[in-house]
Ligand binder design. Structure first.
Ligand SMILES: [Zn+2]
Length: 137
């Protein structure tokens, strides 16, 4: 399933706003994600999580199955630092707060937008770690 037009628009605007906000945008990527009913949508950018950063269980389980968060890496991609797990985590947080029934809080069902390089707004391929984390990518 592909991302909704609303998510694509939201990501584009997010990308532009981050470009102004983040100082070191070189290599920075952003991505959008929505739940399978296209009810909620969020965007996030790539960053190295601080030790106190909380990954909700569903995403944490997926990441720790692969390796140690922040240590395991393939090339320049560090486990847990990509925009994709951050966006999925943000959406989980949103879904956990909603009272709506029948909301699926399994990130395996989430729909991701294409990832964009913040500096240029050009599409970036998902990395191997993200493809391993989220099979839908
Ligand atoms: Zn990645």
């Amino acid at each position: 399933m592909s991302a909704s037009i609303e998510l694509k628009k939201k990501l584009y605007n997010y990308c532009i706003s981050q470009r102004k906000r983040i100082k070191h945008i070189y290599g920075q990527v952003c991505v959008g994600v929505e739940d399978s009913n296209h009810t909620f949508r969020v965007c996030s950018h790539s960053f190295n999580p601080k030790p106190e950063y909380v990954y909700y269980e569903d995403v944490r389980t997926r990441l720790t199955r692969i390796g140690i968060i922040g240590r395991y890496h393939i090339g320049n991609c560090y486990l847990g630092s990509c925009a994709e797990p951050h966006a999925a985590n943000k959406l989980l947080n949103r879904l956990n707060k909603t009272r709506k029934q029948n909301i699926v809080t399994n990130s395996g069902t989430f729909i991701f937008s294409k990832a964009l390089r913040i500096r240029t707004q050009q599409e970036v391929k998902y990395c191997k770690i993200c493809k391993q984390t989220f099979k839908q990518l």
